[in-house]
Design a protein around this ligand. Structure first.
Ligand code: DC
Length: 218
């Protein structure tokens, strides 16, 4: 069977990484979580303490060594040799990551790494600009979304299960702010590619979404 390049884009909390990981495992493909890379940059910018300014982000990204590995069905992210996998999905990082992702030099560096990772094919990459910018020649393009209420509920549950004290209202406000920032930024905003299949997962189970993705790949 042909080794496909699959691009999945969509807003925060749409379930991209959950379903993409399962689909990648079933297809025997590599899963590439591009949001984790922007989160890794945000983590490094936060390390210095104090206010995170654009100048600081541009400074830390200049010599950042960011490595994304997908092994045994699990993604690990290292930043300058530190494994940050468990440290990048916090409300604090979610809060500043859109600021990081709107800067041109950050995106140029991440996109170059992402294209390199997809060179061999047999990859399923998720993010915001994969079908429109990173891999415009992808074989399968999917735009995954869900209502903001459902996305906030999913994110809230995920964070609470990890022990974070968060409220639904707070998460929903953060997601709405992130949607706006990601969709309205100047460089590579989140937009559905003309040739992407729209998949609204509101009220759908994970299994249903995964089987729809697998259908599109077969
Ligand atoms: O998918 P996520 O929530 O982990 O993504 C974190 C942030 O990174 C998100 O707010 C937007 C940004 N992002 C991006 O701009 N381009 C991508 N390809 C992936 C993520």
């Amino acid at each position: 069977m042909k080794q496909l390049v699959v691009a999945i884009d969509g807003p925060a909390g749409a379930g991209k990484s959950t379903v993409a990981q399962i689909a990648a495992e079933k297809l025997g493909y590599t899963y590439i979580d591009t949001g984790a890379m922007y989160r890794g940059v945000a983590w490094k910018a936060l390390q210095q303490g104090g206010k995170v300014t654009d100048a600081r982000i541009l400074d830390v990204v200049r010599d950042i060594d960011i490595i994304l590995r997908y092994e045994g069905g699990r993604t690990t992210v290292t930043v300058d040799g530190t494994d940050v996998t468990g440290l990048i999905r916090t409300p604090e990082i979610s809060h500043i990551v859109s600021q990081v992702a709107r800067l041109g030099p950050v995106r140029e560096k991440m996109v170059a790494l992402q294209r390199k990772m997809a060179e061999q094919g047999a990859v399923l990459m998720d993010g915001r600009d994969i079908a429109t910018n990173v891999l415009p020649n992808a074989d399968v393009k999917i735009y995954l979304t869900a209502s903001i209420e459902e996305r906030a509920r999913r994110r809230c549950k995920e964070l609470q299960e990890k022990g974070h004290e968060v409220s639904l209202a707070e998460i929903q406000a953060d997601i709405a702010a992130r949607d706006k920032a990601d969709m309205e930024r100047e460089i590579s905003p989140l937009v559905r590619a003309d040739d992407a299949v729209l998949l609204d997962t509101t009220g759908m189970s994970i299994e249903t979404v995964v089987s729809k993705i697998l259908e599109m790949c077969r």
